[in-house]
Design a protein around this ligand. Structure first.
Ligand code: HGY
Ligand code: MN
Ligand code: MN
Length: 427
């Protein structure tokens, strides 16, 4: 198998996409689904996919897909990750897996090789959920597991997903690419035909400290942690900051603050791997001289398995209810996202592990605390994930960093995995 230093180019391309026009913010990276920066990123990716010998298309959820035909036209190996980012995020969370997919195909193309199976490289559009309230929308469309009423989804500016999709299809004119219908009714038509995908392979930075701490470049993911994400609203009574005595207050923010600390304490005292995060909070009316009458915040609870996740989430909501009662506050919560733990396919874990060892890398298997499109694609096909060391385990942060040498290592292992997959599928 031809191996080539494509990892450096993959990293360089991620760096390029970290700057305007590929970002919707001037001094950092925020690339949201169906925005102008998303369109610019798709233009660049389409060009790189074509250079690697692929044909390019958009599915009806506006996922960009490059295809490299195989000797046979059976089920395809799907390699990918997501092209959207969190606000002020890092450059490699998502894009690196797409660029390495392009590099793997480019290696075959330059060697004039076709494998027994077709290869598709997919750039999922909305893994982070950083624009619309639901996350992983476009991989759920591809996997056929959409369980969200798309018609009611709108971003914080009030633009509906339906309008965003319509505008996008009208505005984006990828040369030579058939545009998606651009209507929400056809969004679900992005579903990949059952049985059409041999396996889904996602290379991704670890977003944690384990590989670096053990001096390892790569790791094989065994499973992806379970997630529950809630929207919580606490209502008290707004009042004049100067005249409302402390004993008469029903301060929604003071109550929410106690809830945040209660969630933290429960997670700290919970099982290994249990985490709880309040990542977003809105204080209303948000004036310096008004006792907050209402607070809205999110809670993200994760654990290696569904059971501990469910038990911990229940305990956290129960603690919130006690605090609300004690303080005369009204409490409501809704489940925004329920992602069960997602094991990767055992035969692909073994195959990826064997490829790593054949390329001279020590075997290291680990659970992913971060969510990935792979956990959605598991409903459609067997999945495999390859983790790549990242500096200090930092992610969802502009300081996110990956070494080109580690990206090269990942590419070598991906190519070795693809050979094994060919041998297995030919057997
Ligand atoms: O939240 C996550 O774990 C992923 O980065 N979307
Ligand atoms: Mn990611
Ligand atoms: Mn992420």
């Amino acid at each position: 198998m031809v191996s080539r230093p494509g990892g450096a180019r993959a990293v360089t391309r991620c760096d390029r996409l970290g700057l305007p026009p590929y970002s919707d913010m001037p001094d950092g990276l925020y690339r949201a689904y169906l925005t102008p920066s998303y369109a610019s990123a798709q233009y660049a990716l389409a060009e790189w996919m074509r250079e690697a010998g692929m044909t390019v298309r958009l599915d009806s959820a506006a996922n960009l897909i490059g295809r490299y035909d195989g000797l046979g036209d059976g089920p395809a190996l799907l390699i990918g990750s997501h092209i959207d980012s969190v606000r002020d995020g890092g450059r490699y969370d998502g894009p690196l897996g797409i660029m390495l997919g392009i590099e793997a195909v480019a290696a075959l193309h330059e060697a004039g090789r076709r494998l027994a199976y077709p290869i598709e490289v997919i750039a999922f559009g909305d893994e982070e959920g950083s624009r619309f309230p639901a996350a992983m929308l476009t991989s759920r469309a591809a996997a056929g597991t959409l369980d969200t009423d798309l018609a009611v989804i709108a971003d914080p500016s009030g633009q509906s997903l339906a309008d965003a999709l319509k505008n996008y299809a009208a505005k984006l004119a990828l040369p030579g690419v058939t545009l998606p219908p651009g209507n929400i009714g056809s969004f679900a038509a992005a579903r990949r035909a059952p049985g059409s995908t041999l396996a889904y392979l996602e290379a991704h930075i670890e977003q944690g400290p384990v590989l670096e701490a053990e001096g390892l470049a790569l790791g094989v993911v065994t499973a992806i942690a379970a997630q529950h994400r809630y929207a919580v609203t606490v209502r008290g009574q707004a009042g004049h900051a100067g005249t409302t005595s402390m004993s008469l207050r029903r301060d929604a923010l003071a109550g929410a603050a106690r809830m945040v600390l209660a969630a933290e304490a429960l997670a700290r005292g919970g099982a290994e791997g249990l985490v709880a995060t309040v990542g977003r909070m809105e204080v209303l009316p948000g004036a310096a001289n008004v006792v907050p009458g209402e607070v809205r915040f999110t809670v993200d609870v994760r654990a290696g398995d569904d059971g501990p996740r469910d038990a911990s989430a229940g305990a956290i909501l129960a603690a919130f209810a006690v605090i609300a009662r004690e303080r005369g506050l009204a409490l409501s919560s809704s489940l925004l996202q329920n992602l069960p733990a997602s094991p990767c396919a055992p035969h692909l874990i073994n195959m990826l592990d064997a490829a790593m060892q054949a390329e001279g890398f020590a075997s290291r298997r680990l659970v992913s605390g971060a969510g990935h499109d792979a956990m959605i694609m598991a409903a459609h096909c067997p999945t495999a994930m390859l983790f790549i060391r990242c500096r200090n385990g930092i992610s969802h942060n502009p300081a996110e960093h990956v070494e080109a040498a580690d990206a090269d290592a990942a590419l070598r292992v991906m190519l070795a995995f693809m050979e094994r997959l060919q041998n297995e599928s030919a057997a």
